[in-house]
Design a protein around this ligand. Sequence first.
Ligand code: IPM
Ligand code: MG
Length: 358
Amino acid sequence: MKRYRIAAIPGDGIGGEVISAGVEVLTALAKRQGNFTLAFDHFDWGGAYYKKHGRMMPANGRDLIKSHDAILFGSAGHPDIPDHITLWGLRLAICQPFDQYANVRPTRVLPGITSPLRHVKNRELDWVIVRENSEGEYAGVGGRVHQGSPLEAATDVAMFTRAGVERIMRFAFKLARSRPRKLLTVVTKSNAQRHAMVMWDEIAVEIAGEFPDVTWDKMLVDAMTMRMVMKPQTIDTVVATNLHADILSDLAAALAGSLGIAPTANLNPERTFPSMFEPIHGSAFDIMGRGIANPIGTFWSAVMLLEHLGEQPAADRLMQAIERVTADARFHTPDLGGRARTIDVTAAVIDALHGANS
Ligand code: IPM
Ligand code: MG
């Protein structure tokens, strides 16, 4: 019997609601599978913690979770606290030191969900966006001088390292190779950003040489937004910088029907530290506490968590259960135009786990 320890960090806003739904579903699933157990440790880090302690997580926070098998994260963001503090104090304070350099964002139109793209059939939109998650525009390099004076100046330097670009390219080519179409699009902006993005392109060509069986092309990020809307069926796996992929993945989530569905894995592929799994959506304070948050993004993130642990049959069972539930409009939350509540969707997925045949 395998025993996994999972660190659960609900964070702020609807984070608490979706993570408790996720824990409930994962617990039911582990019981159903019978070949592994999941023990959850909860950490109350985030905005409320900040208000009490002046920081988003304790100074030794990373030590408390570095030996867990995975992290399930809700969302960070608080109406009274500047966004850069909540982000850098919690999510990035875990992702970057734990070297979770590959952020993986699958996008599919699930059964029962309608894409806002009129002519797209469900199977025609099946993408995985790989986001560089350790450097680039989010490197945190920069500064401000002369604050409060008319001479004030500020810089944010996008920092790209050869090692960082090589490893994300290799990761993306490998992932593309593992998918049926073996198709990768490398997103760039080397026409305007003439240093780092040019190196990015060069490294793509070098790494492509290691993957002769993968078909790949290069696309400027602005043109990529058009292609995602106009020719979604021509896309399979995508690799992009931290900021480019941040923007593209919101577009992808919207095209797939709702931000409430989209999952993320922040992976440390070498497993030197735990990886972290979270829904793409934010803390959504406008609907917090109303019991209507869509938990599907968290459930799908839990599928990715199980895949990372190597529990593929459990992951498959959960994904089947999710798809069975999304197919039924009675279980659509308001973000999908329905009237279901978080607990209805959670109960339906748990029921479907027992019915799913795998
Ligand atoms: C995401 C989010 C975050 C990001 C925000 C909350 C800072 O948009 O995970 O895509 O930009 O990384
Ligand atoms: Mg984003």
